[in-house]
Design a protein. Structure first.
Ligand code: NAG
Ligand code: NAG
Ligand code: NAG
Length: 345
């Protein structure tokens, strides 16, 4: 009897969890949407109905999401996290959301994003990262997104945007890029070229207003004449990294100083002779010096030896003479000494 009651109780419990609605949220069974907006939440509520398609979490104070935060709602197609307090997103946070189509992260405090953060979202159509503090976007942000049509990063702190990132969105039609800190140096030329083609094919972009260098502050990137732009010289390290993972993955590799747009200056920079080390020549010179030194030394040594030998011989001869002749041979002796002195000198 007690066992039966327990079973009944747990079945009711399970049903409640499956069909229930989290406290503080409103659930609309017909549309499978769960609305938890403006409830002062600081975390994703537990026990969300697993068949949820749309989840409204906007206008709360969620500051942290654990990895796999949404695996309990694998059918989710729309996730709205607008106006929360997220400052970073851990890898794997969107795991299991294979059907997600719309992700709204606008009005948070995101500073940077992990590379491949959005990889688990192959069906994404709209990604809104606007009004955050992003200063850089990693190049592989997700798989090539066949269905991504809207990409918004306006009102951030971006200075550069990697063309490789845009090329991973072959279907993108709407781009929101304005209100960033675009640095219109030679590195932004590839973005300019990409955008021109994008607009030509019918894409829509709001605007890319340069924040630097000073000469182009306030100018629209798309209106700067081509003649004033020249591609950045590619150092070999840059080439390597661009082959590895797209152009801009060379984040810290070559942060070139903002380029002067005077054509003369740029030409000068490009024609600057690179001081190349010449180890072969250096070795050659060193060898020459060593050989010369050795030869000179040997010659000098031989001369010194010859001189000493000559002197000794002369002295011995003179002494021998001196012993066997009379004192009259004195001048001969001095003659020998003179010879010795002069040869030594
Ligand atoms: C953001 O959410 C807070 C509540 O957390 C709300 O008071 C505020 O009006 C919201 N701001 C906007 C711009 O919607
Ligand atoms: C995200 O939310 C903002 C504010 O409500 C809205 O303007 C924007 O269109 C939304 N983005 C997407 C991709 O739905
Ligand atoms: C893109 O959308 C189409 C049609 O809605 C869908 O059939 C296809 O699976 C989607 N592609 C990806 C990669 O999700």
């Amino acid at each position: 009897m007690t066992g039966d009651l327990l079973l009944l109780a747990s079945v009711i419990c399970l049903l409640q969890v499956a069909c229930g609605c989290p406290e503080k949220c409103h659930c609309h069974a017909a549309s499978n949407s769960v609305d938890c907006r403006q409830q002062g939440l600081d975390a994703v509520p537990p026990d969300l109905p697993p068949q949820t398609l749309t989840l409204h979490l906007q206008d709360n104070q969620i500051h942290r999401l654990p990895a796999s935060a949404f695996t309990s709602v694998p059918q989710l197609t729309t996730l709205n996290l607008r106006n929360n307090s997220l400052s970073d997103l851990v890898p794997g946070v969107f795991d299991g959301l294979q059907h997600l189509q719309v992700l709204n992260l606008t009005q948070n405090s995101l500073r940077s994003l992990e590379s491949r953060l959005f990889q688990p979202l192959p069906e994404l159509r709209e990604l809104d990262l606007s009004s955050n503090h992003l200063s850089h976007l990693p190049t592989p942000l997700g798989e090539p997104w066949q269905n991504l049509t809207v990409f918004a990063v306006q009102q951030n702190r971006l200075q550069q945007l990697n063309r490789g990132l845009l090329e991973a969105m072959p279907s993108v039609r709407l781009l929101f890029l304005k209100d960033n800190l675009w640095n219109c140096n030679c590195q932004l030329l590839s973005l300019k070229l990409w955008l021109e083609k994008f607009i030509y094919k019918g894409g829509i972009v709001d605007s890319v207003i340069c924040a630097s260098p000073d000469a182009w502050k306030g100018e629209d990137l798309l209106k700067i004449p081509h003649e004033l732009y020249q591609p950045c010289p590619l150092p070999s390290a840059d080439l390597e990294s661009s082959q590895r993972g797209g152009l801009g993955s060379a984040r810290p590799a070559v942060p070139r100083p903002p380029e002067n747009h005077g054509a003369g200056d740029r030409d000068h920079a490009q024609c600057e002779p690179k001081p190349k080390p010449r180890p072969a020549n250096l070795r050659h010179a060193v060898a020459t010096v060593i050989i010369t030194g050795v030869v000179c030394g040997v010659v000098c040594l031989m001369m010194v030896v010859a001189a000493i030998y000559g002197c000794t011989y002369a002295a011995v001869t003179a002494q021998w003479h001196g012993r066997h002749t009379a004192q009259t041979s004195e001048p001969e002796k001095t003659e020998g000494k003179d010879l010795c002195d002069s040869s030594a000198a």
